[in-house]
Write a protein that binds this ligand. Structure first.
Ligand SMILES: NS(O)(O)c1ccc(OCc2cn(-c3ccccc3)nn2)cc1
Ligand SMILES: [Zn+2]
Length: 261
């Protein structure tokens, strides 16, 4: 998905509007477990990803994106709270400068060192990501919390190539990466709510699906994320890419549903 120009408008310590003008379904949020409502009608989530659609990694000056060819229905997400078929277009992460914080969503105020976002767009209703991103039911993002623990073998292929995209606007070819390896073993237990992009354009287009089970990565693997830079090679002052998360937004009366009791 060509999210080339919009995100690059982002300033790393982006001081954009804390809430989009007129926004009443902004993200991220704190998930209050006891306030979430079990919905027995929520179906199991059925991701079906083809690693051959993986195409490149690029540093957009805010995070690093692993992009997938979304011109056909090869890597898709269905089920869960979703009525339509959604196509994977990219995944990226948010993280802190220390292991004490970094995630965008929290669970009963608990912060995680990082959070993975797998971004999909509604290919039943729209013909491209750029169109879907402006529509209420346009996107579905799976959020997975990262904790520090054992080394994540599947992630290492990605970690090894990060130095090649150290600077903003750098791109490298990256192929045959199966994003399913980043999902937790249990994807049946999740929270879901109506929200927004957490970076500009902050559009209220996202059905969020936040996994209850986290994945583990090693301290050293996360340290490589922090070796990336917000700044391009030409800029004199280099800024470490850390703390690329948005402040939490108010729930404004929304209900968070859970797929589990
Ligand atoms: N962090 S997050 O998962 O919420 C998340 C996920 C995807 C995002 O894409 C921004 C974007 C918008 N556009 C765009 C391009 C053309 C026209 C209109 C918009 N391109 N990239 C931002 C945040
Ligand atoms: Zn994100």
């Amino acid at each position: 998905c060509s999210s080339k120009y919009v995100l690059s408008a982002l300033h790393p310590m982006w001081q954009g509007p804390l809430v989009a003008p007129g926004g009443n379904r902004q993200s991220p949020i704190d998930i209050r477990v006891r306030k979430s409502v079990f919905d027995p009608h929520l179906k199991p989530l059925t991701p079906d990803y083809d690693p051959r659609t993986c195409s490149q990694i690029w540093n957009n000056g805010y995070s690093f994106l692993v992009e997938y060819d979304d011109t056909t229905d090869k890597s898709t997400l269905k089920g869960g709270p979703l009525e339509d078929n959604f196509r994977l277009c990219q995944f990226h992460f948010h993280w802190g400068e220390s292991n004490a914080w970094g995630s965008e969503h929290t669970v009963d105020r608990r912060l995680f060192p990082a959070e993975l976002h797998m971004v999909h767009w509604n290919s039943d209703k729209y013909s491209r990501f750029e169109e879907a991103v402006m529509e209420e039911n346009g996107l579905a993002v799976i959020g997975v919390f990262l904790k520090i623990g054992k080394r994540h073998e599947g992630l290492q292929k990605l970690v090894d190539v990060l130095p090649a995209v150290r600077h903003k606007d750098s791109v490298v070819e990256f192929t045959r990466f199966d994003p399913a390896c980043l999902l937790p073993s249990n994807i049946d237990d999740y929270w879901t709510y109506a929200g927004s992009l957490t970076t500009p354009p902050l559009t209220e287009a996202v059905t969020w699906i936040i996994m209850k089970q986290h994945i583990e990565v090693s301290h050293d693997q996360l340290a490589v994320f922090r070796s990336l830079l917000f700044t391009s090679a030409e800029e004199e002052v280099q800024k470490s890419m850390v703390n690329n998360f948005r402040v939490q937004q108010s729930l404004q009366g929304r209900t968070v549903r859970s797929s589990f009791t």
